[in-house]
Write a protein that binds this ligand. Structure first.
Ligand code: GRG
Length: 287
């Protein structure tokens, strides 16, 4: 991680956390559980929102609502993914999963509230005149043709007679994790009413590189803290990018994608440097 990128990421994390404390006072158990789900992550998606907003001179007050909104959607997906009816995980970000800390009903409801809260944030006046396209795009990215459909494909793959092909797993992951990454990177352009295409190309390559890196981490990372879901996949005979491309093939595909992501930022010139660093970080991260 370059020093510039590390500083930009930790500044984004601090700003989003402060904003969360303001928007989500811990009035009762439900609010406490929502805040618990939001804490401890890398906040990469929120960082992408703030950085793309910076590229488009979007006021920070608007960008922070969008950054917190996407972290809420991401946190909800993790809480629900960890439930006994899905992955049945005990740990998330090194802490007990929400349903282990409290109970399953609290986890379902905290996830539900995080999802609706995201849209409440995007409907705030601070977001400005371009809120509607942003809201529409988030509903599409998170819902029946985006993340949730990716999760359905993933669940269906568990009982499929044969492992997924490379094309099928690419589609699955583009929906399951790629759609939120794409929304995040495009958010700044959308908030400014500008063309999000260069950022969309960047994010599509970044999202796939992120998922391939996740599969590589499972093989090479710290077994106690990373890759648990992917390891489960491998154990269940489900295809991963590493099983389909081989370890070296997966690494070189991730490198190619990070390069492709950087090239997509050419229209932004030197201002795109931090997002290029983010692409390099995504394929070299250790958690
Ligand atoms: C249950 C509706 C529903 C959707 C779940 C995104 C998802 C769909 C499940 C997450 C399962 C998983 C481990 C996916 C692999 C990639 C991924 C999203 C990892 C977590 O993202 P990071 O690394 O996590 O950005 P942090 O903790 O840093 O926020």
């Amino acid at each position: 991680m370059t020093a510039g990128f590390a500083a930009a990421l930790s500044q984004a994390q601090a700003k989003i956390s402060t904003h969360m404390d303001m928007r989500l006072p811990q009035a009762d158990l439900l609010h406490e559980a929502m805040a618990y789900a939001l804490r401890g992550g890398k906040m990469l998606r929120g960082f992408l929102v703030l950085e793309s907003a910076r590229l488009h001179d979007v006021p920070e007050a608007a960008a922070l609502e969008a950054a917190l909104a996407i972290e809420c959607i991401h946190a909800y997906s993790l809480v629900h993914d960890d439930l006994p009816s899905m992955d049945d995980d005990d740990l998330r970000r090194g802490q007990p999963t929400l349903h282990r800390k409290w109970d399953e009903a609290t986890a379902v409801l905290a996830g539900d509230s995080l999802q609706t809260f995201a849209f409440e944030l995007l409907a705030r006046d601070e977001v400005g005149p371009h809120a509607l396209p942003l809201i529409r795009a988030l509903a599409q990215a998170a819902g029946k043709d985006g993340m949730v459909s990716g999760q359905m494909l993933d669940i269906a793959a568990e009982s499929a007679a044969t492992p997924l092909t490379l094309d099928q797993i690419t589609t699955l992951q583009a929906r399951k994790t790629g759609c939120l990454i794409e929304w995040s990177a495009c958010a700044g352009a959308r908030l400014a009413g500008a063309n999000p295409e260069p950022l969309r190309h960047y994010a599509q390559a970044l999202g796939l590189a992120f998922q391939i890196a996740d599969d590589i981490l499972d093989i090479e990372g710290d077994a106690a803290t990373v890759g648990k879901a992917v390891r489960k996949d491998a154990d269940a005979g489900k295809a991963t990018f590493v099983s389909l491309l081989g370890l070296e093939g997966a690494k070189s595909r991730a490198q190619e994608l990070a390069q492709l992501a950087s090239t997509a930022l050419t229209p932004y010139g030197a201002a795109g440097e931090t997002l290029k660093d983010a692409a390099r970080f995504v394929i070299s991260r250790d958690s």
